[in-house]
Design a protein around this ligand. Structure first.
Ligand code: GSH
Length: 202
């Protein structure tokens, strides 16, 4: 079993943290995204959209999409649960995970791609779109600040995949100068707590 990924990219980091939380070791194969190694014919055979991370099982089956990969490992090794256990908790975690992914992770990603031109060999960067995405991400942080005023973790009482997605998004936000502000004390408290987990070094 191996995972094709890129050390510096935020989505592969979500999988690494998830696996560190579960204490699962896998072989990682590094790809250089800027050189386009993720888009080679070999990689497109594993994931037609040419993105990382990609999990390749020993029987040759390939799974892409960060959350799909995490779900696979959650099924294989349920402890500790990172997608919830009761129907309500599962639904809450799914809800927050999706909102953080669309409201923060994706917006920061779009801000990065469209304002830096990092992937201009394979897409057309639109600066205004990138700037707007950055504003959406900054605005979404306000929602998280409110949520964390009432809850220890993003989806409630337990650490979950929603926290992993948010941590990776916030850390990647630095490259486009999107940060938690000094006044966002709940987010600051959460960020320090989650960053101090050993898995955050993954
Ligand atoms: N929805 C996918 C997104 C994957 C993705 O966008 N990966 C980025 C790295 S964080 C990538 O492979 N970028 C290379 C490219 O766009 O060429 C997931 O959740 O895994």
């Amino acid at each position: 079993m191996k995972i094709y990924e890129t050390r510096t990219a935020p989505n592969p980091r979500r999988v690494r943290i998830f696996l560190a939380e579960k204490n699962i070791d896998v072989e990682y194969v590094q790809l250089d995204l800027q050189k386009g190694e993720n888009m080679s014919s070999q990689m497109r055979a594993k994931n037609p959209i040419g993105k990382v991370p990609v999990l390749e099982l020993d029987d040759g089956n390939c799974i892409s999409e960060t959350v799909a990969i995490c779900r696979y490992f959650e099924e294989v090794q349920p402890a500790p649960p990172l997608f919830g256990t009761s129907p309500l908790e599962r639904a809450r975690i799914e809800m927050w995970q999706r909102q953080v992914e669309f409201g923060l992770m994706m917006q920061i990603g779009m801000c990065f791609q469209h304002t830096t031109g990092y992937f201009k060999d394979r897409m057309t960067p639109i600066k205004e779109y990138g700037e707007e995405a950055g504003k959406i991400a900054t605005s979404y942080l306000k929602q998280l600040e409110r949520q964390l005023a009432e809850n220890e973790f993003i989806a409630g009482d337990s650490f979950s995949i929603a926290d992993i997605t948010a941590l990776c998004a916030v850390d990647f936000g630095r490259v486009v100068k999107i940060r938690i502000s000094e006044e966002q004390s709940n987010l600051q408290r959460w960020y320090q707590q989650i960053s101090a987990r050993p898995s955050a070094k993954a």
